[in-house]
Design a protein around this ligand. Structure first.
Ligand code: ZN
Length: 70
């Protein structure tokens, strides 16, 4: 019986895993955050964009993985 409930190290921070688009450069990437403004499936959040080389706003496109709520 092996239980793999933990995310792999380096996968991100806490919160749901999201597919999101940077409003600065339009790049789509997978991000993890629990600081979403608005509803998770349609909200926005601030995150570092490596293309923009700064913190930008990201629009959620899809929820890939729900956050552990416990
Ligand atoms: Zn960007």
């Amino acid at each position: 019986m092996s239980s793999k409930s933990r995310s792999a190290p380096g996968a991100g921070h806490v919160g749901p895993l999201l597919s999101a688009r940077c409003t600065g450069c339009g790049k789509t990437s997978e991000k993890r955050t629990n600081e979403i403004v608005g509803d998770t499936p349609t909200g926005s959040f601030q995150h570092v964009c490596h293309s923009c080389r700064s913190v930008t706003w990201w629009n959620v496109l899809r929820v890939l993985e729900e956050a552990d709520s416990e």
